[in-house]
Structure formats: structure tokens, C-alpha cells
Design a binder for this molecule. Structure first.
Ligand code: FRU
Length: 542
């Protein structure tokens, strides 16, 4: 492991070393947040003996790494312990359902419980002796049947859980029911399906309030909620979701739209953000989303630096007022990390100009900007055949010339701009509406080649009465998480600049459009580092 680690993050969740992927079983239990995650104890690449690592926190910001919670041990999980979820049973007793790769390499669902409920950190987990509790039905591929969700309880007292599966190109969620959480019977196969997505990894199924930003427990069912069905698609490495109505009596889910496996699906994030999972946080009545953010450097780089993979900043999720999409926003606890601040108010971002936002640690920052578009009516006409936002962002990149935009931020930029990651907007006019394009352009993020520099993007509507666009970017050494329009769009990217590291990273605002845009306000903060402790050093600080 090299001594200098300019790409390790300061306030994102990371393991001390090695490979990590999916968040597993996130939960809140008696004052403590738990995060388990897929981890390879033997190296910085995905492994054939994956385990559940375990960390705890009081604030979702500072973490204590504990001993591993679930490791291969028995025929039902001897070849790996893959993803799964936690459910809090009556009496405040957590249970974990996870996928075991069994001695035949089949995927089966297993159960584990805390050994000692009076241990506040729930350090030791015991596997149910009669595992597996669910085996693959004959209708699906036994090598693709995994990732049980958090279970929910109906008014009839029965528990329900869904498991992701595949049959050829078809992807699906299969529903199981149980009276006692131990004996599960397949109820509907499939509960909900899609034609051409392949395996549904890490499904997530939960209610969201129609009229409130508050979250609700996974078992809540009443007229004031809609349901979210999310799946992770290997066909395009995106986490997509549909909204719909769940009817527990008929035990069916009626989506408002269907999954297509294309860029028409609603996505949580248009960049790197996979295998996400939510949990209900009763302490603050909110639903929180975590996801694995994978790498853009090579496996060889990962082996050299000794680690791979991050967890996203936890995001609060709720239903937008329109009822048509979810909103995501970094949990409020992140604001506690804001340190030195610079503010710019009422500045004209002149056509063709660029200026430095100086005075903060640009490699470790939180930036919020509100842009004003006084000349919205003069936006260029959109070519109606260009419907792929990601493609449009890479063809009309940050250095191309437009009318309103491209404008935005250059983050993790070298002083001479030889390296820059552009988070930018471009505004278009269609027949009777205005369309914004939000992009995260990694094409010039590093002087190094052999990196994944895919540019990401998404469309959104611009309200002609408001004429403004907002952006927040969380910058943390090798990750940029950007939120457009107060959380209507999220784009996460991983970047590995050669020059723009630590104190050599700069932050700029730019405008390559022919029209000026306004910055009504820009606030940027240096961010503090969070604490990651092992248990011993932590007990000293208590
Ligand atoms: C998603 C996934 C899951 C599986 C786990 C294995 O990234 O492939 O479907 O359970 O990772 O680590």
C-alpha cells in the first residue's frame, strides 16, 4: 500500500483497506446506526469469499469499524455471504436475511440474528441452524436468485419479502410470505417483472408519503403512501425505479410505468451509484438511501493503492410534490462538517468567462450555487432527435459553445485547467417548454489514460416563471456527488486527477455560452474529515 493516498476520501464511508461493494442491512437500532457491506478481506478486487463487514455510528458521519458480522461457515453459505437486508421484528429484535452461495454455488437465502441483544453494537451474529430458509424456485436460474429486501408485515400479521431473480433476459422480484419469519412460502412468482433487464440485483420495495418529506416504516400501508420498486440492472449498471400502488389484499403491485432497461427509466443517479438500499430511520422519521460507488481506475490501480469502492453520502429520499419522481438530498448531518466558508452574491457569470472560487480546500468541499437565467427565452432550439442526455453531454461537452450554457463548475481542476471535471448545465427550448441538461463531464478529469472517463447526464424541466437552476456538489478527493434542482437529479462520478490533488486542486465557475447567466448566490465550504476508528481507539474517546 503506497504511503501517499491522495484519492482516499475524507468524509465518505470507506473501509480501512481492500475491496468493498454493496451496502447491506442498514438499520437504526436503539440509538445506533449500523452499516454492513460487501467486503473482500483478502484483497482490493472482488473475491470468491465475500463477507459482511460491519460498522456503527451515532450520527451517520463518524464510524467505528467492528469485527466482521457474517462470514462463510456452513454448506449454505460456504462460497460467500452476499447482499441482504435487515428487518426489525417486534420487540425491537433485528433479523438479517442474506444470500448465501452454497456448496453447489446455488444462491439461497439465509437468516441471522444478533447473539446478544443487550450489546449496543450487536457485534456477534448467529446464523439460524435450519438455513437456508429460501431456496431457488424451479422457474428461475439458481445462480441468479439473490438479495432479499427488508421484509414488511401486512395487517394479516404475515411477513413479506422479495428476492431478485432472472430467467433468461427476464428480470423479476419473487415474493415470499411467512407467519414466523423462519418458514417462507413462495407466494407470487413473479411479484413484478421486466422483459429485457436481466437479473434484478438488490431490489428495494418501500412506501413513500404522498404529502410529506418524512419517511415511513416499510410495513406502513395506507392511502397516504405510494410504493417504490427499485432494482439494479447489470445491463447498464444503473439503479432504476418505478412508482406504483401496492395492494396487500390482492398482493400485487401496479406500477405507473414499466421498467425498460433503457435510459427512459427513472434513475436514482445518472453516474456511478449501484446496489443501493434504503432504511427507515425512526429517530428522525426519514428514509435514507445508501449506495455503492464503484471505481473508475483499473483493478491494477486498486491493487496498488490497496482499496476499491466507496459508499455514497447517505441521502434522504422522499416523493416530489409532482408525485412523479423521488427527491434525494444529502442527510442534514453532513452540514456539521462544513468548515471555512466563502460566499459570492449577485455576480454576473459573463459569456466566455471563468473565475476561481478561492479560499477553501477545493479537494474536500461542499458547494451550493443558484444560477439565474434572465434571457431564458433566447435558449437554443433542441434537436428533437437527440433524446439521449448522456450522449448529448458527451457530444456537446463543457468546452463546446452554446447560447445559454454550458455553464457551471470546474471541480478538482488543476491550476492551469489541464485537468478539470465539469459539472455543467445547458438550456434548450422545445415547442412549449424549456429543457435543462445537467452533465458531469469527466473527459478531461485526468491526464492519465486507462481510466473510465464516461460523461453522464440527465434532462430536467425549467420553470419559465422562476428562470433559475440550482446545483450542489460534494467534492471529496476522488468522488464528486452532484445534486441538481434541489435533488431532482443526482450524478456521481469518480475521478483520478494526476495534478489536481490535495492543495493542488482548484475550484472554478465558468460560462461557455454566448449569453451571460447570473450567480445569485454561491456558498462553498471546506469540509472537515470524519472519524473512522477501530473499536479500541473508539472506546478511549467515549
Ligand atoms: C450487486 C451484487 C449483488 C450480490 C453482491 C455480491 O453489486 O452483485 O447482486 O449479492 O453484489 O457481492
Amino acid at each position: 500500500v503506497p504511503e501517499s493516498q491522495p484519492y482516499r476520501t475524507a468524509y465518505h464511508f470507506q473501509s480501512p483497506m481492500n475491496w468493498l461493494n454493496d451496502p447491506n442491512g442498514p438499520m437504526y437500532h436503539e440509538g445506533v446506526y449500523h452499516l454492513f457491506y460487501q467486503y473482500n478481506p483478502y484483497g482490493a478486487v472482488f473475491g470468491d469469499s465475500m463477507i459482511w463487514a460491519h460498522s456503527v455510528s451515532y450520527d451517520l458521519i463518524n464510524w467505528v469499524h467492528l469485527d466482521h458480522a457474517i462470514e462463510p461457515s456452513d454448506p449454505f453459505d460456504i462460497n460467500s455471504c452476499w447482499s441482504g437486508s435487515a428487518t426489525i421484528l417486534p420487540g425491537n429484535k433485528p433479523a438479517i436475511l442474506y444470500t448465501g452461495i452454497d456448496a453447489n454455488n446455488y444462491q439461497v437465502q439465509n437468516l441471522a440474528f444478533p447473539k446478544n441483544l443487550s450489546d449496543p453494537f450487536l457485534r456477534v451474529w448467529e446464523k439460524y441452524t435450519q438455513n437456508p430458509v429460501i431456496t431457488p424456485p424451479s422457474t428461475v436460474d439458481a445462480l441468479n436468485f439473490r438479495d432479499p429486501t427488508t421484509a414488511w408485515q401486512g395487517e394479516d400479521g404475515k411477513w413479506r419479502v422479495i428476492v431478485g431473480a432472472r430467467n433468461g433476459h427476464e428480470g423479476m422480484a419473487i415474493l415470499y410470505q411467512s407467519e414466523d419469519f423462519v418458514n417462507w412460502t413462495v407466494h407470487l412468482s413473479p411479484f413484478y417483472r421486466s422483459d429485457s433487464t436481466g437479473i434484478w440485483e438488490c431490489p428495494d420495495f418501500y412506501p413513500v408519503s404522498i404529502n410529506s418529506t418524512n419517511g415511513v416504516d416499510t410495513s406502513v400501508h395506507n392511502p397516504s403512501v405510494k410504493h417504490v420498486m427499485k432494482a439494479s440492472f447489470q445491463v447498464n449498471w444503473h439503479d432504476c425505479y418505478v412508482l406504483g400502488t401496492y395492494d396487500p389484499e390482492k398482493e400485487n403491485f401496479i406500477p405507473e410505468d414499466d421498467f425498460t432497461g433503457t435510459n427512459l427509466d427513472l434513475r436514482f443517479d445518472y453516474g456511478k451509484f449501484y446496489a443501493s438500499k434504503t432504511f427507515f430511520d425512526p429517530a428522525k422519521n426519514r428514509r435514507i438511501l445508501w449506495a455503492w460507488v464503484n471505481e473508475s481506475d483499473s483493478s491494477q490501480d486498486d491493487i496498488e493503492k490497496g482499496w476499491a469502492g466507496l459508499q455514497s453520502i447517505p441521502r434522504q429520499v422522499w416523493l416530489d410534490k409532482s408525485g412523479k419522481q423521488l427527491i434525494q438530498w444529502p442527510i442534514e448531518e453532513i452540514d456539521k462538517l462544513r468548515d471555512k466558508q466563502v460566499s459570492i452574491n449577485g455576480k454576473e457569470l459573463i459569456s466566455g468567462s471563468i473565475f476561481e472560487v478561492s479560499g477553501i480546500t477545493a479537494s474536500q468541499a461542499d458547494v451550493e450555487v443558484s444560477f439565474e437565467l434572465p434571457e431564458l427565452e433566447s435558449a437554443e432550439l433542441i434537436d428533437p432527435t437527440r433524446v439521449d442526455a448522456q450522449l448529448l453531454c458527451s457530444e456537446e461537452n463543457a468546452s463546446s459553445l452554446g447560447i445559454i450554457g454550458p455553464f457551471g463548475l470546474l471541480v478538482l481542476a488543476a491550476k492551469d485547467l489541464a485537468e478539470q471535471t465539469a459539472i455543467f448545465f445547458r438550456v434548450y427550448k422545445a415547442q412549449n417548454r424549456y429543457i435543462g441538461l445537467m452533465c458531469s463531464d469527466q473527459s478531461r478529469s485526468s491526464l492519465r489514460n486507462e481510466l473510465d472517463k464516461t460523461t453522464y447526464g440527465a434532462f430536467f424541466r425549467i420553470d419559465p416563471n422562476l428562470k433559475k437552476i440550482s446545483l450542489r456538489s460534494l467534492i471529496d478527493h476522488s468522488i464528486v456527488e452532484s445534486f441538481g434542482e434541489e435533488g431532482r437529479i443526482a450524478i456521481t462520478s469518480r475521478v483520478y486527477p494526476l495534478l489536481a490533488i490535495d492543495k493542488e486542486a482548484y475550484l472554478y465557475a465558468f460560462n461557455n455560452g454566448t449569453l451571460n447567466v447570473g450567480i445569485s448566490k454561491l456558498n462553498a465550504w471546506s469540509m472537515k474529515k470524519t472519524q473512522f476508528d477501530d473499536e479500541q481507539s473508539f472506546s478511549y474517546s467515549l
